[in-house]
Design a protein around this ligand. Structure first.
Ligand SMILES: [Zn+2]
Ligand SMILES: [Zn+2]
Length: 322
């Protein structure tokens, strides 16, 4: 099969021929139909998130078709970032498998979906809502699921800020609007493309991250991997509000006066996802009428997709189709 393989930090992915993997006990063989590209893939390429055992096939938003031993096609499933958990530790036994210390992640510790075939733990293969074509379903699997977990951490906040308006935010705004929340979208200064995209999707206001929103926020989610946004988001909060950091990596957070946190404001991160998050979000997305906007790339163009993501050349999400 053809695969795009990570070999070392700072090097582009390499197009290679690899044997089709064989599923082990508890795994399914999947023919990849589509695989979403995520900012985490850039962190892996740049070494900000470590791949302990290269070479590795990246890609953790996999839409695949199950193949049985005879090569017969079965159901369509989605595979997310969380690819394996121990099932035994205190976190796994208390509904917090996202924090399992032995967790293995798709496209980091396990070969992912930037290939024609992959294998996946059947416990982490999710049925996908039928109304989504393969390419539109792929971004639900990380941008959607981890975004949803971040939204859950915002509680009942009615005025929600989203810092960084990429793949996750473009899905989440649709869920938040469906839930009756007001959304305030913050982008890089001058990114009019992203700001008008946010307004099209129902944002009450869109502006640059340095700007104060017209009303204080009850919660904010930071998707951009930029630590400077943390004090800015805290300053935009009403008393009692929460800032949730939704990414796996962020540059250092500058120091800020205690007054930014005072009055019961809180700051937290969100790590990975649980199967419950997946179940809830994959039901909620079609109910909320979530439509994903995708830019499609051939498998051999994975490096171009990553470069376009890095440089903000598209709105919505990038998806690779082998
Ligand atoms: Zn991701
Ligand atoms: Zn565990």
């Amino acid at each position: 099969m053809r695969a795009m393989v990570f070999e070392a930090v700072g090097k582009p992915l390499r197009a290679l021929e690899r044997p089709i993997p064989s599923p082990e006990q508890g795994q399914l063989l999947l023919r990849v139909e589509a695989c979403g590209v995520c900012r985490t893939d850039l962190h892996l390429l740049d070494g900000e998130v470590e791949i302990a055992e290269p070479p590795r096939i990246l890609g953790h938003q996999i839409v695949g078709r199950i193949l049985d031993q005879n090569g017969e096609e079965g159901d369509r499933v989605g595979v997310p970032w969380l690819g394996w958990t121990c099932g035994e530790c205190v976190y796994c036994r208390s509904g917090r498998e996202n924090l399992c210390p032995r967790a293995r992640f798709t496209g980091r510790d396990i070969d992912g979906g930037m290939a024609e075939y992959t294998v996946a733990d059947e416990r982490y293969c999710f049925a996908l809502p039928e109304q989504y074509p393969n390419e539109q379903a792929a971004p639900l699997l990380c941008a959607g699921l981890i975004g949803y977990r971040a939204l859950r951490m915002c509680g009942e906040a009615g005025r929600l800020g989203l810092y960084g308006f990429g793949a996750a935010a473009h899905i989440l705004i649709q869920v938040a609007r469906h839930q009756g929340r007001e959304v305030f979208a913050f982008t890089r200064a001058g990114d009019e493309k992203a700001q008008s995209f946010a307004l099209e999707l129902g944002a009450t206001w869109a502006g640059s991250s340095e700007q104060a929103p017209p009303e204080p926020l009850e919660a904010a989610i930071i998707f951009a991997p930029v630590g400077e946004l943390v004090p800015l988001a805290l300053k935009a909060l009403a008393p009692g509000g929460t800032v949730v950091c939704g990414g796996i990596h962020m540059s250092d957070i500058p120091s800020f006066p205690y007054s930014c946190l005072w009055e019961e404001r809180s700051l937290r991160s969100v790590a990975n996802l649980t199967r419950l998050d997946a179940k809830e979000m994959l039901e909620l997305a079609p109910a909320a009428g979530v439509h994903t906007k995708v830019s499609r790339y051939e498998l051999g163009d994975a490096n171009r997709a990553l470069d376009d993501l890095r440089n903000g050349r598209f709105t919505g999400a990038a998806v690779i189709v082998p």
